[in-house]
Design a protein around this ligand. Structure first.
Ligand code: PLP
Length: 651
């Protein structure tokens, strides 16, 4: 038992997570080892059974040859060096790690990935991955179900999702798809396709809703199928010549003077992948308009104002990004209000896609799903927590089903190995516009057709060759732990509860240390990320407060020059910028900390704060009645008092 106050658990512990991870102590080592050996042997039998009549190509005595021995010893030496070097890795598995968005890996995913690796499937197409491409498409449908999207491949408007290297590339895919869909009706008009009821002008064509755009696309596909083969080729070419993907942004917008290069709207909290995406797409960062927030959640009033201004100026908008779990603060944008603002804007003739960047928070959606896939009420969800989910957070998750596309990272709250991001769009038919081959004539009439189409996955995705093992990991994990509250949901449940305990403990901590530091959780956590702002008592200078928090953070950050064991806890750091906070929040937060905002200058334009990602499921150890949250705050208190005394002695 530690010197720290023992944590008394008030309820029976949840055993459902016991077999999920290798564990902080490697508790499940024999389970993983057994599975790995079993499936490695299985793989070897598979090799031998391919053509058992082929004799071994490597001589049975090869292992005695000096060259073999020399190679083996070089290999072993390098592997030992690697293994030794890796001991400096960040201990993501430990409940003492509450820094970045990383934790232990789910055993089913880890085992599935390791067992698939020697088969080395390439999910670029079924030719290179007869098994794992299907698993990737399945994983997309599993995620679609979690979000509330249609997920039955027999339904024409079924969703579609695929994996990416991460959230960054998934966000890029969202931009590509939205642009393709927006520009396509303009191309149909320019090509002069007869018989279709096309929008009257380019502005209207560029401002169709996604549903109307997809209806037009399918009408065009049906029209095309009815033509003679020669006419089909002619019309396909004609339309293809007018498409933005063919002409490029410069020629496309030069040819359509009624249209301006569209903006992308995102809250100031948006991840920097959006800036990368706009650069990559050639739209330019000038086209990324960052919207103000209220408590780091997108301010719907500001969005509505921006939309009115754009409608007045005939400034088109490609998409509005809402963030479900901001990278720095874990805050959740009011997705329902974003959709309402879009509906309002739609009536003014200005339409755009709504994409949700749920790279971080996506898997929290499992908490809101019954086993049958239906939505749980706020009351049902709230029964497990003190505050979560606030009405705003519940409304945001409930609104996911109405959005156009979503980014989710299995390698974040899905507890799977890097690199596994995912892009999911609500209606898969739009994906035809991303195909490298213009295969418009496809119609998914059966689930088989749907699968057959996406087996040539490379057609539709930004990447080419890609890991089939990663797809196996995601799909198998979702099968072992279905994406609803009764299965996968146990995991985010543990983390949200930990965040609530952390928040409560932080508030007590602020009182306990009120004689030497002002401490404040700047935003009540929407989920499982909690920040802590600190300022030594008596200080009003932002520079000094930042120096203080930086030196605290120095003891919490990864230091490859120190033995790992000297670290007590790992945390991370972020900043609060008044230009991001807005005047009201700046006054509230800086005021509560007794900091003088007139001392903000270009060198010291932001406040450094601690950031804690509470995704480790073992933060509260019911077995030994230990709360690593309590221990963390005890540690932080000791450090703060030590820093405080050091400063006093200097003074
Ligand atoms: C992590 C994150 C990303 C980027 O995802 P990667 O997997 O690191 O590429 C994008 N958006 C949000 C909100 C994130 O948290």
């Amino acid at each position: 038992m530690s010197a720290a106050r023992p944590f008394i658990s008030s309820e029976p512990r949840d055993h459902t997570l016991d077999a999920c991870f290798l564990g902080p102590y490697g508790e499940n080592d024999t389970l993983l080892e057994k599975m790995l050996v079993e499936f490695l042997r299985d793989h070897v039998y598979w090799r031998r059974n391919f053509h058992p009549e082929d004799p071994p190509a490597i001589a049975t005595g090869a292992a005695h040859h000096p060259d073999y021995i020399a190679f083996e010893s070089r290999m072993r030496r390098e592997l030992h060096l690697l293994s030794a070097a890796l001991k400096k890795s960040v201990p993501f598995h430990s409940p003492r790690y509450i820094g970045h968005m990383a934790s232990d890996l789910l055993l089913p995913g880890l085992a599935a990935q390791m067992l698939t690796l020697p088969y080395n499937p390439n999910n670029v197409s079924e030719d290179a991955a007869p098994v794992t491409v299907d698993m990737e498409v399945q994983a997309g449908l599993q995620l679609a179900r979690m979000l509330g999207y249609p997920h039955d491949p027999a339904v024409p408007a079924c969703a579609f999702g695929h994996l990416t290297s991460g959230g960054t590339v998934a966000n890029y895919q969202a931009l590509r798809l939205a642009l393709a869909l927006k520009a396509f009706p303009v191309a149909l008009r320019a090509a002069g396709v007869p018989d279709l009821s096309l929008p009257e002008d380019d502005w209207r064509a560029f401002n169709l809703s996604q549903a109307d755009g997809i209806a037009l696309l399918t009408a065009w596909q049906s029209w095309l199928v009815a033509q003679t083969p020669a006419e089909q080729t002619r019309w396909l070419q004609r339309v293809e010549h007018e498409r933005i993907e063919q002409r490029g942004l410069v020629a496309f917008f030069a040819a359509h003077r009624q249209l301006q290069v569209p903006l992308v709207l995102a809250p100031v909290t948006a991840h920097y992948s959006w800036s990368k995406g706009l650069k990559l797409l050639g739209l330019g960062r000038d086209q990324l308009e960052l919207l103000p927030t209220e408590g780091m959640r997108m301010d719907p009033a500001a969005l509505r104002e921006t939309l009115q201004r754009c409608a007045r100026n005939r400034q088109s908008i490609l998409m509005c990004v809402a963030v479900l779990g901001s990278t720095e603060y874990g805050t959740i944008d009011p997705i329902d209000a974003v959709l309402a603002a879009r509906n309002e804007s739609r009536r003014r003739g200005l339409d755009f896609a709504v994409h949700v960047d749920a790279a971080w928070g996506g898997y929290l959606a499992t908490l809101f799903r019954h086993e049958d896939g239906s939505l749980r009420s706020r009351k049902q969800v709230a029964a497990d927590y003190m505050v979560f989910p606030t009405p705003g957070v519940h409304a945001a998750f409930a609104a996911l089903a109405e959005t156009d596309s979503v980014t989710v990272d299995p390698h974040k709250l899905g507890y799977l190995p890097y690199g596994s991001g995912a892009f999911i769009c609500r209606d898969h038919r739009a994906m035809a516009l991303l195909a490298e081959r213009a295969d418009y004539v496809f119609h998914a009439a059966t689930p088989g057709d749907y699968l057959a189409r996406y087996r040539s996955l490379g057609q539709f995705i930004p990447e080419g060759s890609k890991s089939g093992a990663a797809a196996a990991a995601v799909c198998v994990t979702h099968k072992v732990l279905p994406l609803d509250h009764a299965h996968f949901g146990h995991l985010p449940r543990a983390t949200v509860r930990a965040a609530e305990a952390f928040h409560a403990r932080a508030q007590r901590f602020a009182l306990e240390l009120s004689d030497c530091v002002k401490a404040l959780v700047p935003f009540a956590p929407d989920s499982n990320l909690v920040c802590l702002a600190l300022n030594p008592c008596g200080n009003t200078s932002i520079a000094s407060a930042n120096a203080f928090v930086r030196s605290l953070h120095d003891t919490l950050r990864c230091d490859p020059h120190q033995p790992l064991q000297t670290k007590e806890f790992f945390g991370s750091m972020t900043t609060l910028r008044p230009d991001m906070l807005g005047p009201a929040q700046t006054t509230r937060i800086f005021g509560a900390l007794n900091l003088d905002t007139s001392m903000l200058d270009p060198d010291e334009d932001r406040l450094v704060i601690l950031r804690h990602t509470l995704m480790n499921p073992f933060l509260i150890d019911h077995e030994n009645d230990i709360s690593y949250i309590d221990r963390y705050f005890d540690f932080l208190g000791r450090r703060i008092r030590a820093l405080h005394e050091a400063a006093d002695n200097k003074a």
